[in-house]
Design a protein around this ligand. Structure first.
Ligand code: TYM
Length: 376
């Protein structure tokens, strides 16, 4: 059984500094960086965190409460890598140039939300080629049956098929690329919303399989899913999660919506007809969603908040006010950042360098363990 968290740090077996490897150590990026070790190197004092987000459309309240807000907190407590997963976005058809533009905008949005590039590593997936490279090795230890069971594949492929668009092989193998993203960074924790739980479980399974077959190569990561905000629901269809691909925008609160529109979306949120406020997601999905959002934004429990309201109107108004207060400074900062696209691109280039120093070392470890013929 491979050690998950070896207590002893192995001495490096090989160091890649040759100009042809493109994997030059970056001392500034930390002491676990740029050195190829035969086994994962752990640092319990500074856990490694990795997470990703697709640059498709604008960020919405579900992304913020389920993931990004926790990234902002984690960056101070962990060695954090956050990735704009542009290759994942290509799994459904995109116009030429669209993904590039939205990647820059996503970076500006994440910075506006509070990611600090001096503290965390923020980068674009395609700037670190090891993601695509490792994904091939991961695909070769992933079963078709495992990918067939992924609920996101079932949902997204059904949507694509309805549009008579092609359902790409990339959409099918997407979770193997996601596993590669995570495993490339010796990741301990993956902060995500509830909808990503199954993908992280698959990552653990394939990493264990790879380790069993080729020796201790990958750290086995864990999902961290927030207690509040893990599954923000659509305000109009409260049994569906809030999603960029919703049929209508009326129930989706985008971070960059005009704040008057945001307030209106809450005012028009679907509740029910019995007029009673209580937290009961199966019987009262709309009301419970508002209580969850208010709870996640204010740091209070949804159940407790449910006892403080007797009418829907004040609950909607207070939830709208809390969300508007949360979004106001984010929008201000975003407006400043869009004035300087070159500044954001520079930050992303630095992030990619830092990421590559880690990813290159782990990828080399994986290739070593598989035993491919080293290039002379
Ligand atoms: P994506 O881009 O769909 O979503 C980014 C993050 O937002 C969370 N999220 C939500 N949380 C609560 N309520 C909602 N309604 C809601 N909608 C989205 C997601 O759980 C996610 O944490 N496959 C991933 C991207 C990815 C990734 C990775 C994530 C690629 N590689 C490696 C983690 C680690 C995705 O499509 O997320």
């Amino acid at each position: 059984m491979p050690a998950r968290h070896p207590a002893v740090v192995d001495p490096p077996t090989r160091t890649h500094t040759g100009p042809d490897t493109g994997r030059t150590p970056d001392a500034a990026a930390g002491n676990r960086v740029g050195t190829v070790t035969s086994r994962p190197v752990r640092s319990p004092a500074m856990p490694r965190v990795f997470s990703g987000i697709q640059p498709t459309g604008d960020l919405h309240l579900g992304n913020l409460l389920g993931a990004v807000r926790n990234w902002v907190q984690d960056q101070h407590a962990a060695d954090s890598f956050y990735c704009i997963v542009d290759l994942h976005a290509l799994t459904v058809p995109k116009a030429p140039g669209e993904v590039g533009r939205s990647s820059l905008e996503m970076a500006q949005t994440l910075l506006a939300c509070g990611l600090d590039p001096d503290v965390c590593t923020l980068f674009v997936q395609s700037h670190v080629p090891e993601h695509a490279e490792l994904s091939w090795l991961v695909q070769c230890v992933t079963a078709m049956g495992e990918l067939n069971r992924m609920t996101q594949f079932k949902d997204k492929s059904a949507k694509q098929a309805n549009k008579t668009d092609l359902v790409s092989v990339g959409l099918f193998t997407y979770p193997a690329l996601q596993a590669a993203d995570i495993l490339l960074y010796d990741t301990d924790r993956v902060p995500v919303g509830e909808d990503q739980r199954q993908h992280i479980e698959l990552t653990r399974d394939v990493a264990e399989r790879f380790n069993a077959r080729f020796g201790d190569t990958f750290v086995i990561p864990q999902a961290t899913i927030p207690r509040a905000g893990a599954r923000v629901m659509d305000l109009q269809e409260p049994t569906d999660k809030m999603s960029k691909s919703a049929a209508s925008d009326a129930g989706v609160v985008y971070l960059m919506d005009d704040l008057a529109v945001t307030a209106k979306k809450f005012k028009r949120a679907v509740t029910d007809s019995d007029g009673e406020v209580r937290y009961d997601p199966s019987a009262k999905p709309g009301v419970s969603n508002l209580l969850s959002i208010l709870g996640a934004v204010t740091g209070r429990s949804a159940e407790e908040l449910g006892e403080e309201y007797s009418q829907y109107g004040p609950l909607k108004a207070d939830t709208a006010d809390a969300v508007v207060e949360l979004l106001t400074p984010i929008q201000q900062r975003f407006r400043e950042l869009v004035e300087d696209p070159a500044g954001t691109s520079e930050l992303l280039a630095i992030g990619a360098e830092k990421a590559r120093a880690v990813a290159g070392a782990v990828y080399t470890r994986a290739v070593d363990h598989v035993g491919l013929l080293p290039r002379a």
